[in-house]
Design a protein around this ligand. Sequence first.
Ligand code: GDP
Ligand code: MG
Length: 370
Amino acid sequence: SGSLSVAELAEKLRKESAEIIKKLMGMGVMATKNEELDVTTIQLLCEDFGVEVEEEEIVDVLDMDLYEEEDAPADLGVRPPVVTIMGHVDHGKTTLLDAIRKTKVTDTEAGGITQHIGAYQVEENGKKVTFLDTPGHAAFTTMRARGAQVTDITILVVAADDGVMPQTVEALNHAKAAEVPIIVAVNKMDKENANPDRVMQELTEHQLVPEAWGGETIFVNVSAVKGEGIDELLEMILLVSEVEEFKANPDKRAQGTVVEAELDKGRGPVATLLVQNGTMNVGDPIVVGNTFGRIRAMVNDLGRRVKTAGPSTPVEITGLSDVPQAGDQFLVFEDEKKARQVGEGRQARAKEAERKQSSKVSLDDLFNQI
Ligand code: GDP
Ligand code: MG
C-alpha cells in the first residue's frame, strides 16, 4: 500500500488538486500536488468537503510500517535469540544477569570492563545470545504494553529456598500471554534449604511441567552467586532457539525497538536500540518513536565504537534530535529528507495529542473543583 498525496486525495474526492491546495493554504499549509498528507489533515479536508471517511480507509503516512522493506524468505538468516529474565523480587535476577555476563564476556581487550547499556551479548559454543537487562519487568511489561515484542525467550528465575511467589506467577502469565517460551532457572541451589522439587511441583500447578516429569518445560538448577549452572542454562537457551528458528534479514535497512534512552549532558539524547531486523550503520537517517536524526556514533555493550549493528544486536546511539521512550519503534530511512518529514510529522502529532490530553485533564480538574 502507498500513501495519499494531494492529487490522489483530489481524485478520491472527485475534486481538482487546486481546490485541495487552496483549502490547505487556508489551513496554513503550503503544499504541492505531490505532497503526501497525514491522516489528521486528510480527515480535516474531508470534513471541510462534507465527506465522511472511515478511519481504516486512510493510509497513515506517518506510520513507519509503510516504509519498511519486505523480506523475501530467501533473505532470512538465523539471528541470536533475545532473552529477558523475570521472576519474584530478590530471587536473583540481577545476580544471574551479572553472573552470565561475568562468566561469558571473554573480551580480553576490553579487560572485562563492560558498559551498561541495558542489554548485552554473550557467546556460547560460538553462538550469540542477547540479554536485556533493563530493571525489573520493564523490558517485558512496558514494552509489551506499548505493542513492542522484543523477547524471544524468557528465563523465569525462582529461588529454590523460597519457591513460587506472587511475582513468579505474574511473570509466567505475562510470558504465556505473549506466547514466549519459558525456561525455568531454579536459583540459589547453594543454599542449605534449597528445595528444587518443591519449585517443580508448584510450577506444575501452573502448567509448567518439567521434562523430567513428562512435561515440556526445561528446568535448570543454578547458583547465580557461585556461577554454577550458567553454561547449561545457555545451552538450553540455544536449544530452544534452534527449535524456534529465530530469523531476520541482515541485508536491509534496520528496524527495532528502544531499550532505554536518556539525555546525556555532553552527548545529547542517547538511546540503546535493539536491532531486530536489518543492519544499522553510522550515518543512517533514522526515525525513532516521535523523534529522528542521523546516527552520529554507535557504541556496543563492551563500550567499543562500532560502525554497523546486525539483527539482535544492542547498541547505544547518539545523533537524535530528542529523547525517545523505551518501547518506541525505530526505522532507518534511505533518505534523510523523508526521515525528517516522517519524524517531524510524528513529533507534531504527539505534541498535539499531548496538548489535547492536558486540556482535557484541566477541564476534568475544573469540574472536580465545582
Ligand atoms: P532480584 O531482585 O531478583 O534482582 O535479586 P538479586 O539479584 O538482587 O538478589 C537478591 C539477593 O539474593 C541478593 O542478596 C543476592 O546476593 C542473593 N542471591 C542471588 N542469587 C543467589 C544465589 O544463587 N545463592 C545465594 N545464596 N544467594 C543469591
Ligand atoms: Mg534486581
